[in-house]
Design a protein around this ligand. Structure first.
Ligand SMILES: NC(=O)c1ccc[n+]([C@@H]2O[C@H](COP(=O)([O-])OP(=O)(O)OC[C@H]3O[C@@H](n4cnc5c(N)ncnc54)[C@H](OP(=O)(O)O)[C@@H]3O)[C@@H](O)[C@H]2O)c1
Length: 305
């Protein structure tokens, strides 16, 4: 099968397209023929990580060091191991690969049917593989922080970094929960953030929200570039600050919730650009820039939506 290989640590152009054997699912695993995958901000960080450190982390947490990158996928189960519960060959599924094992930037990936470090759910037929793959980690992450902040209807919800993957989902989830959403982004992304439902946007190059005298009930740093101390003075009494810098967990119920909202048309992934697997280096360059708008899609199987 065709796969991306990330053998050593380095810049995007260390990535290669290789031909490797199709993996065989072990007990408790399903094999997915990948239709769409993505490149996330986390993928770019992992690519640069020293392989000895990565190997040590793998030994500690029980995963094989990443060789094939890619954590989000949508596709069809084409083979199964023993004890895979309700799943069957032919099921359309979406989800994440286990922890830091990765592997979704390939034509096939084997993933556990049930795991505390990854999620696999049936893809709703109304959702394309592209929209399924692109609304996974960013959407689940945004969901967990919105819940952690206990965002309520009518509250003023400021999303810092509203044009990233996590931020663009946070804006839409904020509207879903009835909040008044204020997105902080650059002027270039203002229209995109408004199109997601933001009630207003602040251009961070023109206005510093921490000194404009306004107060918010929840401030979510969705891009990891805002400190709690900087945000503190802009919170209403009882206000909450949450940041993507805190760890999250992958929970299948969260992805099911996201999927329901997708089916209802309440959330949709913002997709900056779509690349073929062969153009993985260019895709990583875009993610590495730190300026991607929403999500970066990798279409592995051209005609399979
Ligand atoms: N905790 C977790 O489990 C978890 C899960 C997923 C992601 N993350 C982390 O969350 C962070 C965000 O990831 P992401 O994929 O959503 O986005 P990203 O690719 O890291 O960010 C891209 C977006 O952020 C905007 N941006 C960049 N600098 C900014 C600044 N100083 N102020 C406001 N906006 C800024 C960019 O827009 P402009 O060009 O317009 O500035 C661009 O649209 C990453 O650090 C990632 O590792 C954490």
């Amino acid at each position: 099968m065709k796969a991306v290989l990330s053998g050593k640590a380095g810049p995007p152009d260390i990535l290669r397209i290789v031909d490797i054997p199709i993996p065989e699912p072990g007990a408790g695993e399903v094999r997915v023929r990948v239709h769409c995958a993505t490149v996330t901000a986390g993928d770019a960080i992992l690519r640069k990580m020293n392989r000895i450190v990565l190997g040590a982390l793998g030994a500690l947490f029980g995963f094989k060091a990443m060789k094939v990158p890619g954590v989000e996928f949508s596709g069809v189960i084409d083979a199964v191991g023993a004890d895979i519960g309700d799943f069957a060959v032919g099921d359309q599924v979406r989800g994440t690969t286990t922890g830091l094992a990765y592997g979704a930037n390939a034509e096939y990936v084997c993933v556990p049917a049930v795991s505390k470090n990854s999620v696999v759910i049936r893809k709703a037929p109304e959702i394309s593989h592209a929209d399924a793959a692109a609304a996974t980690v960013g959407a689940m992450t945004a969901m967990q922080f919105v819940r952690k902040a206990e965002l309520k209807s009518g509250e003023a919800f400021l999303v810092y970094g509203a044009s990233g993957s996590v931020g663009s989902f946070a804006v839409q989830l904020g509207k879903h929960f009835g909040a008044v959403v204020i997105g902080v982004c650059s002027a270039a992304n203002a229209d995109a953030v408004k199109s997601l439902g933001a009630d207003s946007v602040i251009d961070y190059a023109q206005e510093d929200f921490t000194t404009n005298g306004r107060r918010y009930d929840v401030i979510f740093d969705a891009v990891g570039k805002l400190s709690r101390s900087a945000a503190k003075g802009s919170l209403n009494p009882g206000g909450r600050f949450v940041s993507v810098k805190s760890p999250t967990k992958e929970v299948a119920a969260e992805l099911e919730y996201v999927q329901d909202l997708q089916v209802k048309g309440e959330i949709k992934p913002l997709i900056d650009r779509e690349f073929a697997l062969e153009d993985i280096v260019e895709a990583h360059r875009l993610v590495e820039s730190g300026r991607k708008r929403g999500n970066v899609l990798i279409r592995v199987a051209e005609d399979r939506d």
